[in-house]
Ligand binder design. Structure first.
Ligand SMILES: [Zn+2]
Length: 172
């Protein structure tokens, strides 16, 4: 699979969510070029080097990008050259989606097992037991709680789960 085809909107959003817009810009630059030096990235993206470096190493921790360290014999300085690791990016994205899937499944289980109450003002949620203990009032603002329409939300979550499972099937 070509990396450019893989870099669809969904994965772009995921990168941006986890590594910020600079993280996404780094990935996009590295998709265009085989290898880029840190100085070049600083110039292109116009960000402070300490910040760029922080994002670069965070991406590297996740094996999404790799680096080559080259020492300059005259000055003794080190230079970093960065490149994309397409397999690593794919693996990271699959794990990211699996985490979301787990969260959604937990949420689904909770919705099926218990009636959930919520405060419209604070979006705070309560289980039946919690709601009864508070006389069906919100702990934060004192307003009366509403009953969540479990069935509607269960349907929406099931749809989201199905979508992610289909996407993962294609990727794995
Ligand atoms: Zn409230």
């Amino acid at each position: 699979m070509k990396i450019k085809d893989f870099l669809k909107n969904e994965i772009k959003e995921a990168i941006k969510y986890k590594f910020g817009s600079i993280g996404l810009k780094i990935i996009e630059e590295l998709t265009e070029a085989e290898e880029i030096s840190e100085d070049e990235l600083i110039n292109k993206l116009n960000v402070p080097s300490y910040y760029l470096r922080k994002v670069l190493f965070k991406l590297n921790e996740n094996r999404i990008i790799l680096y080559k360290k080259v020492s300059d014999e005259d000055s003794g300085y080190y230079f970093y050259y960065w490149k994309l690791n397409p397999d690593g990016l794919k693996r990271w994205y699959i794990e990211y989606k699996k985490d979301i899937l787990d969260e959604l499944k937990n949420r689904l289980k909770k919705l099926r097992d218990t009636q959930i109450y919520y405060c419209e003002k604070d979006s705070q949620e309560y289980t039946f037991e919690e709601a009864i203990r508070n006389d069906f009032k919100c702990r934060l603002c004192g307003n009366y709680l509403n009953v969540l329409d479990n069935e509607k939300i269960i349907g929406e979550i099931e749809l989201m789960i199905k979508k992610i499972e289909e996407e993962l099937k294609k990727l794995c």
